[in-house]
Write a protein that binds this ligand. Structure first.
Ligand SMILES: Cc1cc2nc3c(=O)[nH]c(=O)nc-3n(C[C@H](O)[C@H](O)[C@H](O)COP(=O)(O)OP(=O)(O)OC[C@H]3O[C@@H](n4cnc5c(N)ncnc54)[C@H](O)[C@@H]3O)c2cc1C
Length: 478
């Protein structure tokens, strides 16, 4: 701790008191992310220039100060929480965006907001598909570090599929560039892909080149309802067997729909309250959409209990309301939510639906579930009341059972949020000892002093032993 104080004084001398903030309010604001498990840093370092990142890491190595890189702090895993104290490196001031119209690439700095990147691309007729629900808050640096996904994942892929090149600093403070702004790059190890999804543990990203695709000319939205979850999931499999690739294919189970309907004070299909739904969007050229529309309508007639087509953009927005409302509305079922982002192979969908029925019965908790059916990424929301110890214990057991079952079914414990602190107890359910050792060896090679985001991923963090803050963040209930 003493050396942290000396190191912070040295950093202040190098970068100035306007960059290195040690007042209580700044340290408090940087103490937690959306997992709301607080650990105070020694300082919040708001870099204004890329080169300052190198200075921070160089000094951190010399004094062995932990450094936790932070975008907007929307991660739900505790990944941006400075669990070992030290410095929180804030990247928000690095936020330039430039669209290269010829090559269809975006040159961005790490702190740029994802929603701003999408708008800048669209203004030039291009489209950046990865769209986390938090896109109006989160940064591209955070998205790359977590390999974020979104509703377009099934058709277009996740952040990894759009990163052409990266720049930034190794944990030792040396500047590096992984790849160039070209469509091909096969010169040496693919360190770019190693950094993507490394959760701020292998380097600090300061900039990226992103691939864009042409903006679709036409969109078409269809909402379908089903008698139960199993029938909905079987219908989705039937759709994929037709080789149809919707741009979006979102599933909401009965509990999620009920929450949304109560929030909207209406039922989506008259007389069919709480029916599981699949919301589909086609996107592409006018002729492609026209052709697929007929296939989708025939599929809906054969499999769905009801369906509604949006004839205008305004009607599409109305259909989308059910998806947008459901997540925030779940808090009527409990004041705490474990928002898990598991991934299932499609062949396990029906078995997983049956498992969720058992999980709800055995835990006595509400577990509304929704997610992206075209890439198997389901958001399982375990709802409980913080002040009720029996519910907390039930939620703890439920999340353990969930992770074990997902891996037994051939799936993944996280599809887009990452491991951080919250999922560190489950890493070894997913990975064998040899796999964990290989990852630790990479970490040790790149970060010999262990300064970058220590205490995450590999160390079993006892989440349930830590108080979670009761604090309202701007993106809560979104
Ligand atoms: C309401 C809500 C909805 C969400 N919806 C989605 C969703 O649909 N899809 C999805 O994938 N996620 C979603 N998330 C999770 C979260 O928004 C993403 O993980 C996002 O990528 C985090 O970005 P951030 O800028 O907030 O990063 P932070 O939370 O600040 O950091 C996240 C991790 O990235 C590291 N990091 C941040 N910046 C850098 C950098 N420049 N270099 C190296 N490491 C860095 C941090 O150390 C940390 O480990 C949601 C969260 C909320 C609260």
């Amino acid at each position: 701790m003493k050396s942290f104080v000396a190191a912070t004084a040295a950093l202040k001398r190098r970068l100035g008191a306007r960059v290195v903030l040690t007042d209580d309010a700044s340290r408090e604001a940087a103490a937690y992310d959306s997992a709301k498990i607080p650990f105070r840093p020694e300082a919040l370092v708001r870099v204004r220039k890329e080169a300052e990142v190198g200075v921070v890491l160089d000094l951190a190595n010399r004094y062995r100060v932990p450094v936790t890189t932070r975008g907007r702090g929307t991660t739900l895993t505790g990944g941006a929480t400075p669990v070992r104290g030290g410095w929180v490196l804030d990247t928000l001031a690095l936020h330039t965006i430039r669209i290269d119209e010829e090559s269809g690439m975006a040159h961005v700095q790490a702190g740029a907001k994802v929603g701003d990147i999408q708008r800048a691309a669209e203004a030039k007729g291009w489209f950046y598909p990865p769209d986390p629900s938090s896109k109006e808050y989160c940064t591209i640096g955070g998205n790359i570090a977590c390999n974020a996904g979104g509703m377009h994942g099934g058709k277009h892929g996740v952040t990894r599929d759009f990163v052409v090149a990266l720049r930034g600093f190794l944990p030792t403070g040396e500047f590096v560039e992984w790849g160039t702004a070209t469509k091909k790059f096969s010169a040496g190890f693919n360190m770019r892909d190693l950094w993507i999804g490394s959760e701020g543990m292998l380097g600090v990203i300061t900039g990226a080149v992103l691939k864009l695709i042409p903006q679709p000319a036409e969109r078409w939205t269809l909402l379908t309802s089903f008698p139960d979850e199993t029938k909905a999931l079987q219908a989705a499999l039937a759709l994929f067997r037709l080789r149809v690739q919707p741009a979006i294919c979102e599933f909401l189970d009965r509990e999620s729909v009920l929450c949304a309907e109560r929030a909207m004070q209406t039922t989506i299909f008259p007389g069919q309250a709480g029916r599981p739904v699949i919301l589909l969007e086609l996107a592409g050229s006018k002729s492609d959409v026209r052709e697929l529309r007929a296939t989708l309508l025939a599929w809906a007639a054969a499999h769905a209990a009801g369906h509604r087509v949006a004839r205008t953009r305004a009607e599409a927005e109305q259909l989308w309301a059910v998806r947008r409302k459901c997540s925030g509305a779940m808090f009527e079922l409990g004041d705490a939510k474990l928002n898990e982002d598991v991934v299932l192979p499609m062949r396990s969908y029906v078995k997983f639906a049956r498992f969720l029925v058992r999980l709800k019965r055995e835990s006595g908790l509400h577990v509304p579930t929704f997610g992206h059916l075209a890439d198997g990424n389901l958001h399982v929301n375990i709802m409980y009341h913080k002040a009720v110890p029996a519910e907390c214990r039930a939620a703890e057991r439920a999340v353990q059972r969930l992770m074990e079952t997902v891996v037994e079914l051939g799936g993944a414990i996280s599809g887009e949020h990452g491991i951080g602190l919250a999922k560190s107890p489950f890493l070894r359910i997913q990975h064998s000892p040899a796999q964990v050792r290989a990852m630790q060896a990479v970490k040790a090679a790149l970060d010999p002093r262990g300064i970058l985001n220590p205490g995450k991923m590999f160390e079993r963090f006892e989440v349930w032993k830590h108080e979670r803050l009761v604090v309202q963040l701007p993106w809560d209930h979104k």
